[in-house]
Design a protein around this ligand. Structure first.
Ligand SMILES: *Cc1c(COP(=O)(O)O)cnc(C)c1O
Length: 373
């Protein structure tokens, strides 16, 4: 049986009645776009974060892009972020007309090196865009100090960190606004595309609701600004409402899978070989992906294919080295830690419905491979 890093079918099997009931509820509701399910999900997702506002949008990329626009960031402005991220983080900044400025990451946790952020700030810097990569919160206190000192906005990229906490605080509640993706693989995933922006600021929320709906204000067909069509689909919103009630269970399930990897791989992990991910003190990791390192990563991945195990790399090429972003002027070698990690990281299967039996097979195969690479 083929094993991949992610599979939603076991979860669908377990939740089928609820998911199909959500679909039927919307189809029979008489309101297929921006109805009760979207507004209900927005209220519930905001409440989960103990924030007053949430706006559902069509995907995580547009959540980031519209949030930047809602925060008043656009052409001529610089946004400080990382290259060690999913490309859409950068797609969104460029899409908003702003310029991404990359800071290297730390080798031990893959997250933005907060010590290097201040040096990246110029008179054009308008925002910091930390990415809570792989499901672990960035160290937010130093970022907040820098933002305050230089008058910058903070937009959190929470596409991988639903339910993750930093000293007890949920990611998404530590900046001016936060963008989420509900792409199916995410910790809270829809059955298709979806996204949302949460904020504590009324003005930002008003701008978000306008931007996602052509730029339209409360008055029908009166456009207050140029906008987009970036509405969250009603069916996806109803599915997300159901799944939001189970988010803490998904997080617990992912942590159980992570603990089993730790127990079963502890004796074969160590410097110069397999390195397991670390959780910083004060953080609750949600393991969107379980990223490990090995100096001979490509050989490990290749050897596992013989066991019908097909792993992924998140992400094989740092954004600043891609031909599509050459015009930004970042040369190879400019972000040494990011570039080094990209050659060593790979992901082990991780999803809450991963069975213990299947996980044991992965561990067994990996142990055999590690003994000979
Ligand atoms: C998935 C992801 C996005 C984009 O979300 P989509 O819904 O696929 O558009 C943005 N940032 C990060 C870090 C992601 O992992």
């Amino acid at each position: 049986m083929t094993t991949r890093v992610w599979d939603y079918l076991p979860e669908y099997e377990a939740e089928k009645d609820d998911i199909l009931d959500a679909v039927q509820k919307v189809f029979g509701s008489g309101q297929l776009v921006l109805g009760e399910s979207v507004s209900g999900f927005e209220a519930e997702f905001a409440a989960y974060h103990a924030l007053p506002y949430a706006t559902g949008v069509d995907n995580g990329t547009n959540a980031l892009k519209l949030a930047l626009e809602a925060l008043g960031i656009g052409p001529g402005d610089e946004v400080v972020t990382v290259s060690n991220t999913a490309a859409p983080t950068v797609v969104a900044i460029v899409g908003a007309g702003a310029t991404p400025v990359f800071v290297d990451v730390r080798e031990d946790d893959f997250l933005i090196d907060t010590d290097q952020v201040e040096a990246a700030i110029t008179p054009r810097t308008k925002a910091l865009l930390p990415v809570h990569l792989y499901g672990q919160s960035v160290d937010m206190e130093p970022l907040r100090r820098v933002a305050e000192k230089h008058g910058l906005k903070i937009l959190e990229d929470c596409a991988q960190s639903h339910g993750a906490r930093h000293h007890g605080r949920l990611t998404g509640t530590m900046g001016d606004a936060a963008a989420f993706s509900f792409y199916p693989t995410k910790v809270l995933g829809a059955y298709g595309d979806g996204g949302a922006v949460v904020t504590g600021d009324e003005e930002t929320d008003r701008a978000m609701k306008q931007l996602r709906y052509y730029g339209m204000d409360k008055v029908y067909y009166v456009m207050r600004s140029p906008g987009h069509n970036s509405r969250l689909d009603e069916v996806q919103a109803e599915i997300l409402r159901r799944k939001l009630t189970r988010l803490d269970d998904y997080v617990a399930g992912r942590n159980a899978v992570a603990r089993r990897y730790e127990e079963q791989l502890a004796d074969v992990a160590g410097p110069g070989g397999l390195l397991l991910p670390r959780t910083n003190p004060g953080n609750t990791h949600v393991y969107y992906v379980y990223v490990v390192r090995h100096p001979r990563r490509d050989a490990v991945i290749e050897a596992l294919k013989a066991y019908d195990i097909h792993l992924n790399i998140s992400y094989p090429w740092p954004v600043h080295t891609m031909s599509g972003y050459e015009h930004l002027g970042w040369t190879k070698g400019s972000l040494p830690v990011t570039e080094k990690l990209a050659g060593e990281i790979f992901s082990l299967p991780m999803y809450p419905s991963l069975s213990e039996g299947r996980q044991e097979k992965v561990v067994g195969a990996l142990r055999e491979v590690l003994a000979r690479v």
